[in-house]
Design a protein around this ligand. Sequence first.
Ligand code: E4P
Length: 213
Amino acid sequence: MKFFVDSASIDEIREAKALGVLAGVTTNPSLVAKEGVSFHDRLKEITAEVDGSVSAEVISEDAEGMLKEAEELAVIAPNITIKVPMTLEGLKAVKSLSEKHIKTNVTLIFSANQALLAARAGATYVSPFLGRLDDIGHNGIDLIAQISNIFNIHDIHTEIIAASIRHPMHVTEAAANGAHIATVPLKVLKSLVKHPLTDQGIEKFLADWNQQK
Ligand code: E4P
């Protein structure tokens, strides 16, 4: 499983990149709004920084509007992926974009049927939202496992991005259940490094080293 960072903050993206594990970036309208900057300018900065896929979400609700936005976003850089919501209009837009060989990430996936439809419309990625499912008493990881199983049975090559990741166990379980990618907030990415026994081990090694004669 690869790591994307879920952020529109250029500082956070640079920090994640410096860790050496960054394969891509996902943004969404809420993350961009928090930044208070021009969306297109920020995408230029991000795509100049990161070689992998950079998801940029459309906000139109009709396929025609989505396609118009997608055209404007896709010219920013070759690694832009158009993030499209899981709706009937979104599916139409994904089909059309896939015919033009423009990469798509179908977002707000909460069921296996939605993932299957998105894949059949030609989506490059599907993004099931783990945390938001857990929030309403469902099991987000079960959804990842179900989608992974269906994609394997039917030889579907759409990649699964585990999204709405809230804590380290989401990451481990997404990897163990077949997600190709986890898109994680920087805070969660950094927390994956931490283990109390690692900290204790370093402390003991340093104490022993400093006591040598
Ligand atoms: C993914 O592409 C989304 O931007 C993101 O993971 C949503 O996470 P949230 O549910 O924490 O807002």
